[in-house]
Structures are given as structure tokens and as C-alpha cells.
Design a protein around this ligand. Structure first.
Ligand code: SF4
Length: 365
């Protein structure tokens, strides 16, 4: 619906603004346009780092808006336009402010994180860091990752497409400058389906690349999303996807049944897959991946993991390891001999794994 704002305005003329999903900042901008905020140092509850709609210990850091690709199932470019990257100095200033305000984990987001800066020709910009030194950074995925990696907090990369230059960032993960975690929306394993989807950086050699990433950073966590039942998907193409999944052995996976979104070009593709076939394929996909994810998770039993605490209960605290992004991945349930604090990072000995989560005991604070 958001792709056709005029229809919403026609039905509800008093609506102030229409934004896309998760565009928190646009919602706040619209509110501020309607009711400009008046600064009152005695009453102002908004801290200088701004409003974050996430708990205090982690925050989303948006580095760009829009997208230059035209995947046939997606209306984001229609909603938000082409890629517009923030100057790297702006991003770094915000990141430092958040770190100073107590944020322990930054979740770097955009529509296409690895394309960051292509629209502004990777322009360098400078800012004064917390120590008062003037620093310069280019608006490039690697350079920004390296600069964020100097902040001494967790930095997690989301929505990274497997362009060749992504390989350069893997050593930063191996050195723990940024978290050994990549959220890469692969969407399918069949070349033909990917072509119909018009995916950027499609899967050619992706299995080899995954193997190489694991050589450089053996404990890297790979998360991805997929669509089953895309128009024209044959049984053979779906089976290629299942085989690809087996070989890729990803840690975390989300799967969606194809839904025709209003305004998406894929609606006009021939041979839409019947609902019952989509349903059946979704179940087969999930069954295959659940075995893989459980196998990957089980390898952690007996290891020690750094865990950031999200909430504290009467007997156990709930947190996440470096392998778990908030809200989309699993959790680590932590027993501790002393009460834990939200936002604290502890060393946890992993004792047990179930389908999605880990359980263990804090052994270092
Ligand atoms: S890369 Fe494709 S799916 Fe992602 S935002 Fe751009 S057009 Fe949409």
C-alpha cells in the first residue's frame, strides 16, 4: 500500500505522512514537522543522542536510504528511490554519540549495505572523534566497517549483498573488529530463479565464496532469507535450492512464501505457483534448514561465548551471542551466580542447545 500513498490519502485525508516499513526516523520527522519540538532544558527528556526505538544497549545505525537495484518482487526503490548514502563522517559522529551514551551494539542497516557510498563516489569526509582528533573516512563499505570497528563496541552488519568487495571485510571479522556475522539475503539457490528475480550479485560462485569466508573466519555466522514459490519456480529449481542450502550450511535462515506485492513487476511474470505448492515447498524448506541450523548450533555446546544480556529474569538472564541479532535470531539463556545487568557482556560456557537457542552458565563478567 505504501507504494501508492495517494490511495491512502484519498481514503484518510487527515493522515500526516506515509512511510515505508521500519522507517522510524520518517515517522519522527513527520511528527516533528506537525508539532515542531521546542527545546526546554528543564523538561526535555530527549537525550542529545536522539530517540532510539530499541533498548538502551543496542541501536540501529542507518547508513543509506533507497536502492539502485530493481528486484522484481520488491517495491522499495519505488517507495524510497535510488540509493542515497549518508556522508561517512555523519555516520561516524552518530555512532560515537551512541557509544558514548552507553550503546554496546550497533546494528548497521540500509537497503543494500555493501553498496554504501557508490552514489557519492566513496567521498571521504572528516569528523572529530571522541579524543578530539580529526579523522577522515571514505564512504565505502570496508572503510566504514574498519572505522566502526575502532569504537570498541559490537558492530553487526545487516543486508549485505555478496559483491566481490565483501570479501575484504571478512578479515575484520576474524580480528573481531566487527562481529563475525553477515546477514546476506540470498533469496534463492537457482540461477534461473535469481535471474527472474533480477537479483544483484547473484549466486554465481556463492558457495565457493562462503567456503572461503569460513576459511578466513571459521566461526562466522551466516544468516539469510529466501523466497519459495516465486513465479515460474519449477520443482527442479526448488530442489536446486534445497541442495544449495545443504551445501551452504547457513546458520540462520528465514523463509517466505512468495506474495504478490501491489506494484511489484513480478506480478506480471507467468506461471504463478499455486498456494498449496508454495505451502508444501515452504514446509520442505523449513524441515531441511531446521536440521542444518540445529547441527550448526550444536557445535557450540562446550564452547565459551561472549553474550550480551537483553533481559534479566528471576533465575536466568536472556542474552545473545555474537551469532544472534536482536529480534530475528535465537537467544542464549544464562544462569549466573550473581545478578546480571541488561547490556552487560559476559563470558558464558554453553552447556546445551535446543532447536533455536543455547543455554549456559556465566563464567566471566
Ligand atoms: S536489492 Fe532488491 S530487494 Fe533489496 S531493496 Fe533493492 S530492489 Fe529491493
Amino acid at each position: 500500500m505504501g507504494a501508492e500513498p495517494e490511495n491512502i490519502i484519498a481514503a484518510h485525508p487527515s493522515v500526516l505522512a506515509i512511510t515505508g516499513p521500519q522507517q522510524y526516523e520518517s515517522v519522527l520527522d513527520a511528527v516533528h514537522r506537525a508539532v515542531p519540538p521546542q527545546h526546554n532544558p528543564f523538561l526535555d527528556l530527549v537525550p542529545p543522542e536522539g530517540i532510539k526505538l530499541t533498548p538502551r544497549h543496542y541501536a540501529y545505525l542507518k547508513i543509506s536510504e533507497g536502492c539502485n537495484h530493481r528486484c522484481t518482487f520488491c517495491i522499495i526503490p519505488k517507495l524510497r528511490g535510488d540509493l542515497v548514502s549518508r556522508p561517512a563522517a555523519d555516520v561516524m559522529r552518530e555512532a560515537e554519540r551512541l557509544a558514548k551514551a552507553g550503546v554496546k551494539e550497533l546494528l548497521v542497516i540500509s537497503q543494500d549495505t555493501s553498496a554504501y557510498g557508490t552514489d557519492i563516489k566513496y567521498a571521504a569526509s572528516s569528523w572529530k572523534n571522541a579524543a578530539g582528533e580529526t579523522k577522515e573516512v571514505r564512504a565505502k563499505f570496508y572503510d566504514l566497517s574498519a572505522a566502526l570497528g575502532e569504537l570498541g563496541i559490537w558492530v553487526r552488519m545487516h543486508y549485505v549483498y555478496p559483491y566481490p568487495h565483501v570479501d575484504e571485510v571478512i578479515p575484520l571479522m576474524a580480528e573481531r573488529k566487527i562481529l563475525p556475522y553477515l546477514d546476506i539475503p540470498f533469496q534463492h539457490g537457482s540461477e534461473e530463479v535469481l535471474r527472474r528475480m533480477k537479483r544483484p550479485a547473484h549466486q554465481d560462485k556463492s558457495l565457493e565464496r562462503i567456503a572461503r569466508w569460513r576459511e578466513i573466519c571459521p566461526d562466522i555466522t551466516l544468516r539469510s532469507t529466501f523466497i519459495v514459490g516465486f513465479p515460474g519456480e519449477t520443482e527442479a529449481e526448488f530442489e536446486t535450492l534445497l541442495q544449495w542450502l545443504e551445501e551452504a550450511s547457513l546458520d540462520r535462515v528465514g523463509c517466505f512464501k512468495y506474495e504478490p506485492v501491489r506494484g511489484a513487476p513480478s506480478n506480471n511474470l507467468p506461471d504463478h505457483v499455486p498456494e498449496e505448492v508454495k505451502e508444501e515447498r515452504w514446509h520442505r524448506f523449513m524441515k531441511t534448514q531446521q536440521v542444518i541450523s540445529a547441527r550448526r548450533l550444536k557445535r557450540k555446546v562446550g564452547t565459551r561465548q561472549q553474550v550480551i544480556i537483553d533481559s534479566v529474569g528471576p533465575s536466568v538472564a536472556k542474552g545473545r551471542s555474537m551469532a544472534d541479532a536482536p529480534e530475528i535470531d535465537g537467544a542464549v539463556y544464562v544462569a549466573s551466580r550473581r545478578p546480571m545487568r541488561v547490556g552487560e557482556i559476559a563470558t558464558v560456557k554453553i552447556e546445551r542447545a535446543d532447536a533455536y537457542d543455547l543455554h549456559g552458565t556465566a563464567v566471566g563478567y
